[in-house]
Design a binder for this molecule. Structure first.
Ligand SMILES: Nc1ncnc2c1ncn2[C@@H]1O[C@H](COP(=O)(O)OP(=O)(O)OP(=O)(O)O)[C@@H](O)[C@H]1O
Length: 450
């Protein structure tokens, strides 16, 4: 079997088991070889291999067969090739994503889990959430389009689906269409191929609310952009609501025509900021409540969620994936979820999420915080207002990096390791004796660890 064939099998699998399951479980597989009817795959952990075999083995065999590859058995062995973060990047759905899917509209099915009830708000996303709520009320169109943007896995799709669900409840007569920009393009190309542009135009121009996810996808695709532009204008002219998402602000999408950029900026542009600790913890708590319905009786020890919220800062999808794996694992082995179990079971994700703080970053943050020149961090001045922050920076370097004392000394203007040792000891003492310093240290540490 070639990589291309496996690629096709993957596409089919994604369609049959849903994107979330696909990204969490199938994407981390590395196809290695097909010998004597046995297809061999590399997996990031044994657990992933077992889970895939148990839950998706039949589906994989079936899709291999459909693609003309005769396989009797699958075999999984641990490899370190694929990015471990992928292994947990999408959670298995609690409710099958397509359960409430809609076929009479030209859009994509909505994920039943992505509602306002399940969307946790905090400082980083409160504006986007409020705007989405407003649009979902379905009243008169006040801003058009609503443009949501933010990094990977921060909840853009979730919010769009939530708007769609809400609108269907509040205004079932409205034709609400949600689809990705890729699907928009696919439909456009299909209409061209089938010479049915009239049908395409009338279909898209008859909707009341159009949502297009990941619009950056059409950048550089000229005729799709052109058609999108016309669809967009036609709907705005009819005062129909448009909601768009992208991974960056309209003005920053490369290879997107200027007239489209300026159209996209006409309404309300709001961004979802990276999550903070509190939001991550809130999301975890909410997910735990949901998982409890699926795995009743599972016990999660104090401190586990705080630990995850602290350590997994990449994005919500990875956070959810970690929790899914943890629950699945604990339910399989029938154990309480303790900190040790979490550390073991999620070792690869934790490693991948580790933020590598550098000494330069520490020096920069500390000098900003104490309002001193960065150059003084490595300079000779010994006045207390400079020496103390320098000691703090040394202490943080010791705590947050793997650097040795001599190495830290070198990076602080070629100081001796005994100077660093003294600084670390002094700051340890002050941390207990001086509340202000203790607070500063905690805040700096948090900022540096993200
Ligand atoms: N505030 C939140 N509350 C609850 N769940 C959230 C929140 N933000 C994100 N999630 C969850 O994180 C996962 C990723 O979110 P989503 O797919 O909406 O991200 P996205 O911003 O569209 O990412 P991408 O750019 O990759 O398309 C989803 O399972 C979603 O439910």
């Amino acid at each position: 079997m070639t990589d291309d064939t496996w690629g096709r099998v993957c596409k089919d699998l994604e369609r049959t088991i849903g994107k979330n399951n696909f990204v969490t479980w199938i994407a981390p597989l590395e196809f290695r070889a097909l010998e004597n009817g046995v297809a061999r795959f590399g997996v990031p952990t044994n657990f992933v291999g077992e889970w895939v075999n148990r839950n998706f083995g039949d589906k994989i065999l079936e899709q291999l067969g459909r693609n003309g590859v005769a396989v009797d058995r699958l075999e999984f062995a641990v490899s370190s090739v694929k990015s471990p973060a992928n292994a947990a990047s999408r959670p298995a759905p609690v409710v099958q994503a397509d359960q409430r899917s809609d076929t009479d509209l030209p859009g994509a099915p909505l994920d039943a889990r992505f509602t306002f009830e399940t969307f946790v708000t905090g400082k980083p996303n409160e504006l986007a959430h409020a705007a989405a709520r407003r649009v979902a009320e379905g009243g008169s169109v006040t801003f058009n389009p609503l443009f949501l943007y933010g990094g990977v896995g921060l909840g853009k799709t979730h919010l769009m689906h939530a708007i769609a669900w809400e609108l269907r409840e509040r205004a079932p007569e409205k034709k609400v269409v949600y689809l990705s920009a890729e699907q928009f393009m696919y439909r456009f190309v299909q209409a061209l191929r089938e010479r049915d542009m009239m049908g395409f135009k009338s279909l898209f121009r008859s909707v009341d609310v159009l949502m297009v996810d990941d619009v950056q996808f059409i950048a550089g695709k000229d005729s799709t952009q052109e058609e999108f532009f016309h669809t967009f204008n036609a709907l705005v002219d009819q005062n129909k609501q448009i909601i768009i998402s992208a991974d960056r602000a309209p003005g920053e999408i490369k290879d997107l025509e200027d007239r489209i950029k300026s159209r996209l900026q006409c309404g309300l542009v709001v961004d979802l900021h990276p999550t903070d600790y509190e939001l991550r913890l809130g999301i975890l708590q909410q997910k735990v409540d949901m998982y409890r319905q699926q795995y009743p009786g599972l016990v999660i020890a104090d401190g586990v969620l705080e630990f995850l919220a602290h350590r997994i800062t990449t994005n919500v999808r990875v956070l959810e994936g970690a929790l899914t794996r943890l629950f699945a694992f604990a339910s399989l082995v029938g154990k309480e979820i303790t900190l040790d179990l979490a550390q073991d079971c999620l070792a690869d994700i934790l490693r991948a999420s580790e933020r590598k703080v550098t000494i330069e970053e520490i020096q920069r943050k500390v000098s900003e915080h104490y309002n001193m020149r960065l150059a003084d961090m490595v300079g000779p001045k010994r006045h207390r207002t400079i020496a103390r922050p320098r000691q703090i920076a040394m202490w943080l370097s010791k705590q947050l990096t793997q650097r040795s004392l001599p190495e830290i000394g070198r990076r602080f203007g070629g100081r001796d390791h005994t100077t660093v040792m003294h600084a670390v000891k002094r700051i340890e003492e002050l941390r207990v004796a001086d509340l202000q310093i203790a607070e500063d240290l905690e805040m700096l540490r948090r900022m540096l660890e993200g």
